[in-house]
Design a protein around this ligand. Structure first.
Ligand code: MG
Length: 325
């Protein structure tokens, strides 16, 4: 049965969602070559606990960590460990959640470590787009299968593998509630009509190759059978009358065009060499250059200025200042 949440329950889920969102955004500054998957999990545990919440994944059905940390060809459920170090060219998915007053959040994000090949960068970007495409059709009265179809369409356009055994799900007082939400069109989702108050975890997972997976000997990690890279993005959302509310934060805060997003930030300082340190609204710090057009127009930037930035989706640590407010 698909539960409908009351406002006080949704508020707890918002709080749980905000903690998981802040955690994933903070990890952008933590994830770099040389750190271990265990370092990521330690950061996740400390972050969630320091906010007064409980890690949703820790001991869930025996899972031994606060975050699933899955590298490259691992789709989901990677057990963090001290021996696996991130290196340049990896992609790493962190899937995590928090519990506030018994209510769960569930969210995942695939990070690029250093520089990756173009195909992998596109996979990451398109999987994230598929999540937002799936969300874009959500509102009360819509058949769930429309969401599944929207997600699948992005995989089909790009020739990606979609795992039929791994799905999104309802979320609330348990991490996994009804219904299953496959990333493919399916008959079961045809019979489910979305209602406001439903809380769902939507989570496209695509691969550059196969849709077939293996279970690792640790009986948690799931990897692609052909070793191809995989990406995974997930939000916990609330269905509303007119659309949806993301309970795990909006990663993309402004409009998006051709692989770039536009974000507003505040200039913190000038870095020797002419770059600037800019803090975005979500607290994330980006190193930025001034656009050629602004240079030509002799527009100077000073600490304290509010600026509009263009940040490439593939590398959220560097950007370009295109407008001074
Ligand atoms: Mg999930």
């Amino acid at each position: 049965m698909i539960s409908i949440k009351r406002e006080n329950e949704i508020e707890y889920m918002r709080q749980a969602g905000k903690i998981a969102y802040d955690l994933l955004m903070s990890l952008k500054d933590v994830i770099k070559p040389g750190i271990t998957t265990k370092d990521i999990d330690d950061f996740a545990y400390d972050f969630i606990v320091s906010r007064g919440a409980k890690p949703a994944f820790l001991n869930y059905e025996g899972f031994p960590a606060s975050a699933c940390v899955s590298l490259n060809d691992m789709v989901v459920h990677g057990i963090p460990n001290k021996n696996t170090k991130l290196k340049n060219g990896d992609i790493v998915t962190v899937d995590t959640g928090a519990i506030v007053h018994g209510y769960y959040s569930d969210t995942a994000y695939t990070y690029i470590v250093g520089e990756v090949d173009k195909k992998t960068a596109a996979l990451v970007e398109n999987t994230r787009k598929a999540l937002y495409k799936g969300l874009s059709v959500i509102k009360e009265g819509v058949v769930l299968n429309e969401v599944c179809k929207a997600i699948e369409s992005v995989a089909r356009e790009n020739g990606y593998g979609v795992f039929d055994v791994l799905t999104g799900h309802g979320v609330g007082t348990d991490l996994h509630e009804d219904p299953y939400i496959p990333n493919l069109a399916n008959h079961e989702s045809e019979g489910i009509i979305l209602k406001s108050g439903m809380t769902l975890a939507i989570e496209p997972m695509f691969s550059l190759g196969t849709k077939e997976v293996w279970l690792m000997p640790d009986e948690w990690g799931i990897v692609t059978r052909d070793g191809s890279n995989t990406a995974h993005f997930e939000h916990t959302i609330l269905v509303t009358k007119d659309g949806y509310e993301i309970l795990t934060g909006e990663w993309k805060m402004a409009k998006e065009k051709d692989g770039y997003i536009e974000l507003e930030g505040k200039v913190l300082e000038v870095i020797p060499g002419g770059d600037f340190k800019v803090q975005l609204d979500n607290g994330h710090i980006v190193i930025a250059r001034v656009s050629g057009k602004m240079r030509l127009n002799m527009i100077r930037i000073y600490p304290g200025d509010t600026v509009l930035m263009e940040v490439p989706i593939c590398d959220l640590t560097h950007g370009r200042i295109i407008y001074r407010k």
